[in-house]
Design a protein around this ligand. Sequence first.
Ligand code: FES
Length: 228
Amino acid sequence: MTRYKKQDPEITRRKFINAALGAGAAVGTVSLVTTLGAAKPAFRLTPDKAPPQEGDILVHADASKEGQPIKISDLSENLVAAWPMGKDKDGNNVIRKGEPNNQLAVFRFEQGGFEEPGKDDHAELKLDGIINGQVVAYSNKCTHAGCAVPNDPNDATKLFCPCHSGQYDALRGCKVTGGPPPRAMPQLPIKLENDQLVVTETFVTAPYGFLTEGDWEQYREQVKEILG
Ligand code: FES
């Protein structure tokens, strides 16, 4: 991952995962990925590596406008890549791009199109975290092995993972509709404030790399303590 400037155990972890995938041990690898993810060391956290926090704003991730706040008028059915941007302890802006799960996909759909996923879908959709019943944000890391997932070229409301053909439905909490991903890419609830997209809480379910929802909850709690 070129975004990291220095080698650390997190990079080693991801390199190891990639090597394991190359060996083709798909089922064993997924279990390995999530097990390693459960050991994500919160004590090494810096603000750029923290998960999205309440009050963060969504900014463009595209190199041509990186760091510019996203406006509703920038959005359509085709995903816009975003990062959450918060503050460090001194009040300086920090784009949280040190954590790959923070790579976000933001969409604007027709009003009334969303539908809550079913009980067995391993997905959650908070309708009050969708702006005007139209604008929704998700983590854009495939829960199978962490690839970025673009729009399905045949249907803008769906996403299609180029790595192993995982499919997700952006209108139904990014629930999995095909392929090997074990669960949805999590929603990031947002609201509109002063024309900006503002995070109201962090990912509603476990993003890529966490073994269980319990592990994710525990990590969130540790993060809260560290960031204050
Ligand atoms: S990384 Fe395997 S389906 Fe997305």
